[in-house]
Design a protein around this ligand. Structure first.
Ligand code: UT7
Length: 323
């Protein structure tokens, strides 16, 4: 059977580091509050002329290098983002042109912080259907562009960056020993769309708006939804938590991640954590964390990885794969 395997990974982080101490000057907050409530100590902020597309291109180039492939080897590109350079065309079109890819599918997926899991699922299904053999999947965000820098309840949480991977069709036996994606699980419940949103958009205000969040409510849903979807991914593949080598979660809040790990009875040394240094980079957080742990040698070929995310929509999802 056809499996989608990860051929290579890459990432990009902007140079500018914004610390909690710097935020103390901007709004009525403290390093202690931010660290205790979210686990975040610093985040990266893109330059004024640096766009989501620019970061996506840098991460994509790194993934191509890592995979020892060229743009001509790719059949398509999917970018998960909530902060596109323009309302249209898609950021994916900019990436396609910058890399010099051949014409093929190039589009964005918008599922906020769950965007990367959605994009991965879409790409996996294209590969399994035999429509594409190699797809570049990117999560890229300039969250700083939709932050209200006067709102202390949100401005301390988010950061910018991009991560990418290349999915490739390969032959599997249809067993858990295969390399590649075993299953993806996607959800949204639009009834909760007012818990986390931007107060603007092209067809309403004509602006992109700023992030508005009922943090405490989102937190409660995050803990419940994450536990459920992660269990669903394990059950679907008859996997027990002790078989998981690495949990690579969306990085919104260290307390949410710890709660998920605890439910699974996974020790924290099996969890990839970047939230302390990256903050919440929305759709970019999982591929950023994945690449970091691959690059520093923690994640090894053949290991079983569980990815999970939750975000505006409310959306949530998980993926189980062997690296
Ligand atoms: O990635 C997409 C999904 N998003 C998430 O998963 C985020 C989910 N939510 C969270 O991570 C947490 O709810 C937060 C980190 C956003 C907030 O933590 P919390 O423990 O839920 O705090 P809270 O919102 O209940 O606020 C507690 C207090 C409030 O004061 P009162 O009402 O108790 O007097 C806030 O006004 O903390 C106050 N507060 C702050 N104080 C200092 C809110 N923001 C700040 C701040 N600095 N930056």
């Amino acid at each position: 059977m056809i499996r989608s395997t990860i051929r290579g990974t890459g990432s990009y982080l902007p140079e500018k580091i914004l610390t909690n101490a710097e935020l103390e000057v901007l709004v009525d907050t403290s390093d202690e509050w931010i660290t205790q409530r979210s686990g975040i100590r610093e985040r990266r902020i893109a330059g004024p002329d640096e766009t989501t597309g620019d970061m996506a291109i840098a991460a994509a180039r790194a993934a191509l290098d890592n995979a020892a492939l060229t743009a001509a080897d790719l059949d398509g590109v999917i970018v998960a983002t909530t902060t596109p350079d323009r309302t249209f065309p898609a950021v994916a079109a900019k990436v396609q042109a910058a890399l010099g890819m051949n014409p093929g599918p190039a589009f964005d997926v918008q599922a906020v912080c769950t965007g990367f899991v959605y994009a991965l699922s879409v790409a996996d299904n294209f590969i399994k259907a035999g429509q594409m053999k190699r797809i570049l999947v990117i999560g890229a965000e300039k969250m700083s562009s939709i932050i209200d820098w006067k709102d202390r309840t949100t401005c301390v949480l988010f950061g910018d960056g991009a991560g990418a991977l290349i999915l490739e069709a390969s032959e599997g036996e249809g067993t858990l020993e295969d390399q590649g994606i075993f299953s993806t699980h996607l959800y949204s419940n639009g009834a909760f769309r007012d818990l986390l949103y931007t107060d603007g958009g092209p067809s309403s205000t004509g602006t992109s708006g700023h992030i508005v969040m009922q943090g405490r409510e989102v937190f409660k849903h995050a803990v419940t939804c994450m536990a459920e979807v992660v269990q669903e991914a394990l059950d679907a593949n008859k996997v027990t938590p002790d078989q998981i080598d690495w949990l690579v979660p969306h990085q919104a809040n260290s307390r949410i991640i710890e709660a998920t790990a605890k439910k699974l009875d996974l020790p924290m040394d099996k969890v990839v954590m970047t939230v302390e240094r990256h903050g919440n980079t929305s759709a970019a957080s999982i591929p950023l964390a994945l690449h970091e742990a691959v690059a520093d040698g923690r994640i090894q070929r053949g290991q079983l990885l569980l990815l999970e995310a939750m975000g505006g929509g409310l959306t949530w999802g998980a993926a189980l794969l062997r690296f």
